[in-house]
Design a protein around this ligand. Structure first.
Ligand code: NAP
Ligand code: SF4
Length: 672
């Protein structure tokens, strides 16, 4: 008897019979673009092997002008089709089913040749699109239908037509981007014509016996988006045009509302899919921030959808489904929705991977094979890098002891989990602790080893992390001056006015922590919707509350400062930095760049900015001025003639994050 009866109930989806209600949703991996089809096949096959019964690929471009970026993958040549056939064959050999998503980016395409219903530049794209003429529209439809036919040739079980997230089809649907007054725009009926025609032609191209999914934008979250009645009408038209299933799309990429970031409540948009349940004859798929079997089961049990789609959780753990089915949900490596190694990589033109699972996207190259000769290995420091190194080494058969100075493992994760909006880090810590035990690692806390203690080990891994950089500012010894660990870890009392020196990731985290009054909105979906101005799309067009965002008042008056002249927060994650900046602005946090610190005094921080002297009045000053390697032990070992392996922040502190620490830990342990 499964703990998730709804999740593991079979379902008929168009021509397919699926054993469970889980969709591995579309995500761009960048693997197809490498041309390494063994790599692509290994990525998907590993997930099918882990129980993912139904997979949707990343978006494939139907033509060059519709590619998200120059060189975006598609089925353009016989060689492309042959490559895809290797993927579909391998997935199907594992008993899995796989559909190909067709994505025409419209004005989001990164290139001068981009096209759209109207010549209106997207706020997040640098290129002005060309408005399509009648011939151009026919070409786009024909290219999408051709891509679908080629997907069939390549052995796919289905296709998903991407109609949401602000891409081409969505651009035709919304008055925001469709300013035409012809057969393809002018009123709701004509704005719908292109997506409906696309579905009709795709159905004709693939025949009646292949699955056709349409991803429908249920809540645009941008001004001048679609009304709810238009969305319901569209759903009916799409059904009549030949789709088998509707997948949910939530928000455009240019929306100023987070939709998948870690600060979004779990299953925070399933209620929108629920609004359409029973209004159409097609099964519905819910998505966004569903990351555990428990959350997925609840979405189904509450009648929000017929199926759930999860994408990033399958980067974090390829065995998600198998572990859930076996009742080993606690063993699933959790996706913390950080975007750091997946979406941020994609935007940087790199292959997507995963912060908590560095093997994701690297299945052919990073493998944890049994060690030839088991050795005794000491890992010093139980932060993310040290824990990962210990787990991988132990899984490979080594005898591993993990030594940690603090009373608990976790390192910097233990601070991250306390930040409002970063609650997912708590689950990651739990997983690490459980995994250490399951892998058979001997954990010794409250232990700070010296050179002599480590003498008996065959290998020593130093993962002692970082210590706060001393900025040597005049007046920093005052009792009102705290380090970030005093605030985040020790819970030191903080006054009503705070000056934060240093506006990197930690400065932003400390500001978020100190601005929050009461429970985190991430744990209260209604509060979160108020905070971001999200409401029922039936009462307000596109789901944007007419009154706008209504954030809870801040707990303190905060000033966040840096010496660099650019805007604070520039160096934060590409896909999440804007959320942190908007979040702090909403809490009234004053963010200052180009600051020279003159001295810290009981009344606050005396600064020089734009040639003017200023007092940033504050009862408390928090130093968030970066980090330096904590490598005393490593240096002592080297001086004593040993050759320790130094990883993570102890190796290089600059730009250290959990992603690099975990990756270095895993890769080292794979070699030991
Ligand atoms: P960081 O990103 O290097 O930022 C350090 C800050 O201190 C900068 O604002 C720097 O700006 C300032 N600073 C450096 N030396 C200084 C000095 N001598 N005197 C005064 N100010 C000084 O380091 P962090 O904030 O500790 O973050 C560490 C790592 O964790 C980063 O790699 C970050 O990506 C990651 N992290 C990210 C997030 C997130 O994305 N939300 C959250 C937490 C941590 P100026 O030099 O311009 O003054
Ligand atoms: Fe999830 Fe972060 Fe991994 Fe992306 S990098 S899959 S968001 S844990």
């Amino acid at each position: 008897m499964t703990a998730y009866p709804n999740l593991f109930a079979p379902i008929d989806l168009g021509p397919l019979r699926l054993p469970n209600r889980i969709v591995m949703g579309s995500m761009h991996t960048g693997l197809e673009e490498t041309g390494g089809w063994d790599r692509v096949a290994a990525f998907y096959t590993e997930r099918a092997h882990g129980g993912a019964a139904f997979i949707i690929t990343g978006g494939m471009a139907p033509n060059r002008e519709g590619g998200v970026f120059p060189g975006a993958a598609g089925l353009f040549t016989e060689a492309d089709i042959a490559g895809h056939r290797r993927v579909t064959g391998a997935v199907q050999a594992e008993g899995g089913r796989i559909a190909m998503q067709i994505l025409h980016a419209g004005r989001y395409a990164y290139g001068k040749a981009c096209v759209a219903p109207s010549a209106l530049k997207a706020p997040i794209a640098p290129f002005m699109p060309q408005a399509l003429d009648e011939g151009g529209i026919e070409k786009q439809i024909a290219d999408i239908a051709t891509a679908a036919a080629r997907a069939r040739q390549a052995g796919y079980d289905g296709v998903e037509v991407m109609g949401s997230e602000g891409y081409l089809l969505n651009q035709f649907l919304a008055p925001r981007t469709n300013r035409r007054d012809d057969a393809w725009g002018g009123d709701a009926e004509r704005r719908m014509r292109l997506p409906v025609e696309v579905v009709r032609r795709v159905r004709a191209a693939i025949g009646p016996d292949m699955l056709l999914i349409y991803r429908i934008s249920l809540i645009d979250l941008v001004p001048d988006g679609q009304s709810w009645s238009e969305i319901v009408a569209l759903a009916h038209r799409i059904e009549a045009a030949g789709a088998d299933v509707l997948n949910s799309g939530i928000g455009w990429h240019e929306a100023r509302v987070p939709t998948i970031a870690t600060s979004v409540p779990r299953a925070g948009f399933a209620w929108v899919t629920k609004k359409l349940m029973g209004r159409v004859g097609l099964p519905l798929i819910a998505c966004n921030r569903i990351n555990t079997p428990e959350v997925a089961e609840a979405v189904l049990a509450e009648g929000c959808a017929d199926m759930v789609s999860m994408a990033r959780p399958f980067l974090a753990d390829s065995d998600f489904v198998a572990k859930a089915r076996a009742g080993r949900s606690g063993e699933i490596t959790p996706c913390i929705a950080c975007n750091q190694a997946c979406l941020d990589h994609t935007f940087a033109g790199k292959v997507a991977s995963c912060l908590v699972n560095p093997r994701a996207g690297h299945e052919t190259e990073l493998n944890y094979t049994p060690a030839g000769t088991p050795r005794r290995i000491a890992v010093v420091g139980a932060g993310p890098g040290g824990m990962m190194a210990a787990i991988v080494a132990a899984r490979r058969g080594h005898d591993v002891t993990l030594l940690e100075r603090a009373a608990h493992p976790g390192g910097q994760l233990d601070m991250a989990r306390r930040i409002p909006g970063k609650e997912e880090f708590a689950g990651l810590m739990d997983w690490f602790e459980g995994e250490l035990a399951r892998a058979g690692v001997t954990l010794r806390t409250n232990t700070a080893p010296d050179v002599a203690m480590l003498a008996g080990f065959d290998d020593v891994v130093i993962a002692t992390g970082v210590r706060a950089r001393d900025p040597a500012l005049p007046g920093q010894d005052g009792a009102q001056v705290l380090g970030y660990t005093d605030v985040l870890r020790a819970g030191a009392p903080v006054g009503a006015r705070v000056a934060i020196i240093g506006a990197g990731g930690i400065g932003f985290d400390v500001a978020t922590f100190l601005a929050q009054d009461g429970p985190s909105a991430t744990l209260d979906a209604a509060a979160w919707r108020r905070e971001w101005g999200v409401t029922d799309p039936e009462t307000a067009s596109a789901g944007l509350a007419p009154e706008g965002p209504a954030p809870a008042p801040p707990a303190r008056a905060i000033t966040l400062m840096q010496r660099r002249a650019d805007k604070p927060g520039r160096g934060l994650g590409k896909t999440t930095g804007w959320i942190h900046r908007i979040g702090l602005r909403a809490k009234g946090v004053r963010m200052l760049g180009g600051v020279a610190y003159e001295r810290i005094a009981p009344e606050g921080v005396h600064i020089l900015r734009d040639g003017q002297r200023e007092l940033v009045a504050a009862e408390t000053v928090v130093l968030c001025t970066g980090q330096e390697p904590a490598r005393d032990l490593a240096d002592a070992l080297i001086a004593a003639g040993h050759a320790p392996h130094v990883i993570g922040g102890a190796h290089i502190a600059a730009e250290l994050d959990a992603k690099r620490a975990i990756d270095e830990g895993a890769r080292l342990a794979a070699r030991l």
